[in-house]
Design a binder for this molecule. Structure first.
Ligand code: ATP
Length: 310
């Protein structure tokens, strides 16, 4: 296929996410759990720079442990680039540089953001000209969280988390994130949830295979009122994440004592997201947690999805 490939590099920025609500149902035959979630994209970004090259390569900057992120076909950004090349019948390559700010294995979808950014960057670099709908279709093949990283804003995910619908959210929500040096494996956290449910005897009353986001969560987002949203934050994976990392419970109560309205483990953790009443309150919470030796970041949401900058 002929393309008007660019000789310039393309720089794309994509956001990390918080799950402000995460309901986990039963497990489908394919091993995936039924989910009903609300994603919010927040102002902690991954930057992906795509440069023209004959082959495919990747470098990752901004990670403390270089072994934590694979540089081969296991890297979601590499898979995204190769998937797009195959779909577009493009026979060149790309040199990808990933500048990470989203914690690795932090429950904030950093790898998914890299994949979404790589799709947008390679589409522009190679002159592929795919529609947003086509990019979404490719994103969904890469992972349940990738379409959201393309889309950004606030959205409801159902099915296996991949059926995305925009949610109305007014105003801005201020969050203080407490990241951890050590990540948590998403499959391990789901396995712990299954084990905890089995112990509780939930097998007698099987978790549903289809579920919805509760109306009060959507109403709170629409109202733009952080106090209302604080009342509806919930994460079915939280108990499992805390089981793996009991220190998260202390971080959550510390954040609330410091003035946050409510706290939640983001996705499969271990990042803790503390919802604050506004920017000033978030700064106070951030200072208090920093004094306690934690590593807090003040972010806000919703923000847009993967887009070309510069
Ligand atoms: P989830 O989307 O499941 O919430 P997460 O945000 O907890 O994921 P990620 O940082 O996206 O975690 O990555 C989880 C694992 O995926 C990492 O431990 C790493 O081995 C692998 N991985 C693949 N590609 C990437 C990438 N581009 N950046 C970071 N990790 C990646």
């Amino acid at each position: 296929m002929s393309h008007s490939a660019s000789s310039e590099s393309v720089h794309v920025r994509a956001p990390g996410k918080i799950n402000v609500y995460l309901g986990v149902g039963g497990r489908h035959d394919d091993g995936y759990h039924a989910l009903a979630t609300v994603f919010q994209a927040v102002s902690l970004y991954e930057d992906v720079i795509a440069r023209p090259a004959a082959d495919f390569s990747i470098v990752v900057r901004g990670v403390e442990d270089p072994d934590s992120v694979p540089l081969d076909d296991r890297n979601l950004a590499m898979r995204a680039a190769k998937l797009l090349a195959a779909a577009a019948e493009y026979d060149g390559g790309v040199a990808l540089e990933i500048r990470k700010s989203v914690p690795v294995a932090g429950g904030m979808g950093g790898g998914s953001a890299d994949a979404a950014a790589a799709l947008v960057a390679c589409d522009a670099l190679w002159g592929t000209g795919f529609s947003q709908a086509r990019l979404h279709e490719l994103a969904a093949r890469l992972g349940a969280d990738v379409p959201f990283a393309l889309h950004g804003g606030t959205a409801v995910g159902t099915g296996r988390g991949d059926q995305l619908n925009p949610a109305l959210a007014r105003g801005r929500f201020d969050w203080v994130l407490v990241t951890s040096d050590e990540g948590l494996s998403t499959p391990v956290v789901y396995a712990t949830l299954d084990a905890l449910r089995a112990e509780e005897g939930a097998l007698a009353d099987d978790p549903p295979l289809s579920l919805d986001v509760p109306i009060p969560v959507l109403q709170a987002l629409r109202s733009g009122d952080p106090e209302l949203l604080a009342e509806s934050l919930a994460n079915d994976l939280q108990a499992a994440a805390v089981h793996e990392r009991p220190d998260l419970e202390r971080t959550l109560s510390h954040g609330i004592r410091a003035g946050a309205l409510q706290g939640i483990v983001s996705g499969s953790g271990p990042t803790v997201a503390l919802l604050c009443s506004g920017p000033e309150s978030a700064q106070e919470v951030q200072s208090a947690l920093r004094e306690a030796g934690l590593d807090p970041l003040h972010v806000h949401g919703p923000v847009p999805g993967a887009r070309i900058i510069g």
